[in-house]
Ligand binder design. Structure first.
Ligand SMILES: [Zn+2]
Ligand SMILES: [Zn+2]
Length: 314
């Protein structure tokens, strides 16, 4: 038990659901290994993993939390649907936590403070309720509260999640005679795999890798972690330039979320992709310690997240 966990109440809903989902995910593997393998269910699980993962990286993270670009309403609606099916809370609640992470990185007010160790930042923080005053001290999310699509998803998050993560996959499974397998694979095995992909950003991306852009917090760049997280592993760059639509800033760095957004701008689905000027990036590379006269690119400003924020720990 970490020190921070000792003072907090356990969130039993999250704890029991996450524990049960892991057991059922193991059941999904046993189900497939004992003569119930249907390639259609497996492929649907992979497609679902891709849709849900991209909804977190391109949607919850870069669009809703950081306002790194603008997007058409139908595209935002799809991200909100599969974001809900990712069972990581509503976009509003997720972004509120994430803005707090950037504003108060590595402090007690950071919901997944990496200095509390791997297990706290990976999953234990989800199993505990955050103190009310911590949430109140965080950056505002009025821009999201004013968005009708985000508000709708926040209000109906649970039914949307059940419908798209469980009911629809199960119905599709009937088409090839494997409704139980479709539910186990799409609803649970996919969910558990995806959780750990996301959780890795909060844990390992603050522990493994290099710090070329900033040594002022624990965030790190790692191509390996980028590979298992749809490009989010270039986390040191991201912490310094959080409003940039790219996490892997070099064209060759593995960041499928960046490549997708870059492609979608050509067909006018997304627009106003925000890029940090090269000269600013070079200044950061030359001075990762942020001397006093260096620009504070990593601080979450009103411009970076679309709203005024309370304070910065960086
Ligand atoms: Zn971080
Ligand atoms: Zn972020």
């Amino acid at each position: 038990m970490t020190t921070v966990a000792a003072g907090r109440k356990i969130n039993w809903t999250n704890t029991l659901f996450i524990a049960a989902a892991h057991l059922v995910a193991v059941g999904a593997i046993v189900w497939m290994a004992t003569g119930h393998f249907y390639w259609q269910s497996f492929v649907m699980g992979l497609v679902m993993l891709e849709l849900c993962s991209i909804s977190i990286t391109a949607g919850y993270h870069r669009l809703f939390s950081h306002r790194a670009y603008k997007a058409a309403p139908w595209y935002r609606a799809i991200l909100l649907i599969f974001g809900a099916a990712s069972v990581q809370n509503s976009a509003l609640a997720w972004s509120r936590d994430h803005r707090r992470h950037h504003t108060f990185t590595d402090t007690d007010l950071d919901p997944y403070n990496a200095k509390e160790g791997f297990w706290w930042s990976h999953v234990l923080w989800v199993l505990h309720d955050a103190p009310e005053d911590h949430v109140a001290k965080g950056p505002r999310v009025t821009d999201l509260e004013d968005d009708p699509l985000v508000r709708f998803q926040h209000k109906y998050y649970v039914p949307i999640a059940i419908l798209f993560a469980a009911v629809i996959p199960m119905c599709l499974g009937f088409l090839w005679g494997d409704p139980i397998g479709a539910l186990l694979i799409c609803g649970f095995l996919r969910l558990v795999v995806q959780w750990h992909m996301t959780f890795t950003i909060n844990s390992l991306a603050h522990m493994v890798g290099t710090q070329p852009y900033s040594t002022r917090n624990t965030s790190r760049d790692s191509g390996l972690i980028a590979f298992v997280s749809w490009g989010e592993g270039y986390h040191n760059f991201h912490h310094r330039f959080q409003a940039d639509y790219r996490n892997g800033v070099r064209w060759w760095q593995f960041d499928p979320t960046k490549w997708m957004l870059w492609t979608l701008q050509w067909v006018k689905v997304v627009s106003d992709l925000r890029r940090t000027p090269d000269a600013t990036i070079q200044r950061a590379l030359a001075n990762p310690r942020h001397a006093d006269d260096a620009p504070r690119e990593s601080a979450p400003t009103a411009d970076a997240v679309g709203v005024p924020v309370a304070a910065s720990a960086d």
